[in-house]
Design a protein around this ligand. Structure first.
Ligand SMILES: Cc1cc2nc3c(=O)[nH]c(=O)nc-3n(C[C@H](O)[C@H](O)[C@H](O)COP(=O)(O)O)c2cc1C
Length: 381
């Protein structure tokens, strides 16, 4: 595809839609239930207003932001998105490389195709690892040790999946792991030959690198995917988090909390940060949006831990809104994944470029030359 013609994230989304079979595109694009949480997260950003300030020198503008002692060139990174390597062969590697070039953090999903070792080789200073706790806690312990050995910069424990979400597009499409190249997908694939050719050339369902070592000697990619599915939705309590804190010596982040008391408890448990998230509207359709949850959490934990946010970011201006509303850092899931699914590394890079450019222009309009200058006064009421 001609990426120069993708001038915003919506264009990358359409390009991903054109390239992917529907069953896969819907899995990325959709949400739980009525998709109201997803729609509201987007609508809330779109409706947020920033106050322009003029006659200020904005010629030297920096988007740099320091987080956990490291200075990134942009105040946003890549949220963990599962199975990226199924949409584009080497999808996670492309995201890791794009993040390294952008000097931004990349959170590798626990259900990635590339392993933590492979991703860390590409972007040793930018990769964080996300843990989906497994039913067999020995597996979680080993994955945490591997993330440590691979020098992951932070461990992100995602907690908002106590049960499986009801995602109706997936139910209707029959989405399930492992992906089988059945009659339905063959038909869909015929309409999306670029994806199909890559999928078939790579031998179909790829190997899920983080789970592979535990699925048995010589387990096939299909068996590995079945193993990962069987280990999912492991019931978790605060005791588990205490356990992970003991096993992980580095920066520990909890992803998916929205209640201020939960944030306080995570702080008390020794966590270094939280990512306020509604999982991009994919888990709980009746929950609040991340922007709704931010003020009370910020009041509850102040600057004692990093308060980050994801969900619904499609524009650079959305990032400015989240930061002005009190977030210390922002993560983008679909915005980057659409780029990868459309065009691999150039697509991921394009997504970064679009968001960076839009954020710069926004900063210029509101007369802020540093990310630290984004505060509540930047919001128009
Ligand atoms: C296709 C897809 C897969 C995802 N997989 C994971 C995952 O493996 N682990 C996780 O913690 N969150 C996962 N998420 C949630 C994202 O990390 C993030 O919370 C969400 O995408 C933010 O919303 P946004 O897509 O509007 O940016 C996934 C989201 C999408 C869209």
């Amino acid at each position: 595809m001609n990426l120069a013609r993708a001038i915003n994230i919506a264009d990358l989304r359409l390009a991903a839609k054109r390239r992917l079979p529907r069953i896969l595109f819907d899995w990325i694009d959709g949400g739980a239930g009525d998709e109201a949480a997803l729609a509201q997260s987007l609508a809330q950003f779109a409706a947020a207003r920033l106050m322009p300030r003029y006659l200020l020198d904005v010629s030297k503008l920096s988007l740099a932001k320091t987080l956990f002692g490291r200075t990134y060139d942009v105040p946003f990174g890549v949220a963990p998105v599962g199975l990226a390597g199924m949409f584009w062969s080497g999808g996670e590697i492309a995201m890791a490389e794009a993040a390294r070039r952008a000097n931004a953090p990349f959170i590798l999903s626990g259900t990635s195709i590339a392993s933590i070792e492979e991703a860390a080789k590409i972007a040793p200073e930018h990769v964080w690892h996300q843990l989906y706790p497994s039913r067999d806690i020995a597996v979680s312990r080993d994955i945490i040790a591997r993330a440590g050995a691979a020098s992951a910069q932070a461990l992100v424990v995602t907690v908002d999946l106590p049960v499986q979400a009801k995602r109706e597009r997936d139910i209707r499409n029959g989405f399930a792991l492992p992906i089988r190249y059945d009659a339905r997908l063959i038909l869909d694939g015929l309409l999306h030959p670029a994806w199909s050719l890559q999928w078939l050339a790579n031998g179909g369902m790829p190997r899920m690198g983080n789970w592979a070592p535990y699925a048995g000697e010589g387990a096939s990619p299909t068996k590995i995917a079945e193993f990962s599915r069987a280990q999912s939705f492991s019931p978790q309590t605060w005791d588990h988090l205490d356990q992970y804190r003991k096993w992980w010596g580095g920066k520990l982040v909890v992803k998916g909390l929205q209640h201020p008391d939960d944030a306080k408890r995570a702080l008390a448990a020794g966590c270094d940060g939280i990512i306020i998230s509604n999982h991009g509207g994919r888990q709980f359709d009746r929950g609040p949006t991340p922007l709704d949850s931010l003020p009370a959490i910020k009041d509850a934990v102040g600057d004692k831990m990093a308060v980050m946010l994801d969900g619904g970011v499609r524009r650079g201006a959305d990032i400015a809104v989240a930061l002005a509303s009190g977030a210390d850092f922002v993560f983008c899931g679909r915005a980057i994944l659409y780029g990868v699914a459309a065009a691999g590394l150039p697509g991921a890079t394009r997504a970064f470029d679009i968001l960076r450019d839009e954020l710069s222009r926004t900063m210029g309009q509101i007369g802020r030359v540093k990310i630290e200058e984004l505060d509540k006064d930047a919001l128009a009421r």
